[in-house]
Design a protein around this ligand. Structure first.
Ligand SMILES: C[S@@+](CC[C@H](N)C(=O)[O-])C[C@H]1O[C@@H](n2cnc3c(N)ncnc32)[C@H](O)[C@@H]1O
Length: 217
């Protein structure tokens, strides 16, 4: 549960959100004890809605972990569509590939193993949707490249932009989060807000999701 939306409201939303996907449910169940920082089903559903609404055929994700958010995203792709998802950790990338296979999505997903800083320089755009959920200190350094990779009218979706509310000075006393990450996210939010090519709205769901559309100039 997040610190922003009250637990009772999150439980209510969780009951409504029954995707009925056995693989997603299995990953979420397994992660209850494991505690990897995956999106929850509510954010997953938001990703699928946005990718579907954008008519996405090419999606880029930074931070695959074990493929949970990737399954939500790839589920929006039509046949022939492609999700490219970047993960630095070898073991997680292997597990993600297994999970994509279990979800029947192998043909639509390419898991790229390596540092996103290097990999996004090599990947070819344009993308309809980009989901940024990698290392927080890289949000700002990667922003220029990700905006360049996005097609006009495409969506840049960023997770954790409210950081359990800690981007708001004094919200948590004492703060629980790493102060460098909190500063990095606060700086990123400022950059997003000031980017003339983007229009951004932030949804205070779970840990905060920023949705930015690249203007059609
Ligand atoms: C928040 S988790 C991603 C969760 C996933 N999007 C989900 O919700 O299912 C962030 C992931 O980014 C990976 N990561 C961190 N730094 C990275 C980097 N420089 N390049 C690529 N991946 C990175 C971590 O290993 C971790 O698995």
């Amino acid at each position: 549960m997040g610190q922003i939306v009250p637990d009772a409201v999150e439980r209510y939303l969780a009951v409504l959100n029954r995707a009925g996907d056995a693989v997603l449910e299995d990953i979420a169940r397994g992660n209850a004890t494991r505690g990897l920082p995956l999106v929850d089903a509510e954010v997953g559903a938001l990703l699928r809605v946005l990718a579907t609404a954008a008519g996405a055929t090419r999606i880029l994700e930074i931070g695959t972990a074990i493929g949970y958010s990737g399954i939500w995203l790839a589920g929006a792709l039509p046949p022939g569509g492609m999700l490219i998802t970047i993960e630095m950790d070898d073991a997680r990338a292997r597990e993600a590939r297994d999970n994509f296979a279990r979800a029947g999505l192998t043909e639509r997903v390419s898991v790229v193993v390596g540092d996103a800083q290097l990999k996004v320089a090599k990947v070819a755009g344009p993308f309809d949707v980009i989901f940024q959920d990698g290392a927080k200190h890289l949000y700002t350094p990667l922003l220029d490249r990700l905006v360049a990779l996005l097609r006009p009218g495409g969506l840049l979706i960023t997770d954790n932009v409210l950081w359990d509310g800690e981007v708001v000075p004094g919200f948590a006393n004492p703060p629980h989060k790493n102060a460098d990450d909190t500063r990095a996210i606060a700086e990123y939010n400022e950059r997003l807000a000031n980017r003339s090519e983007l229009i951004t709205a932030t949804v205070p769901l779970r840990d905060g999701v920023a949705i930015s559309v690249k203007k059609r100039m």
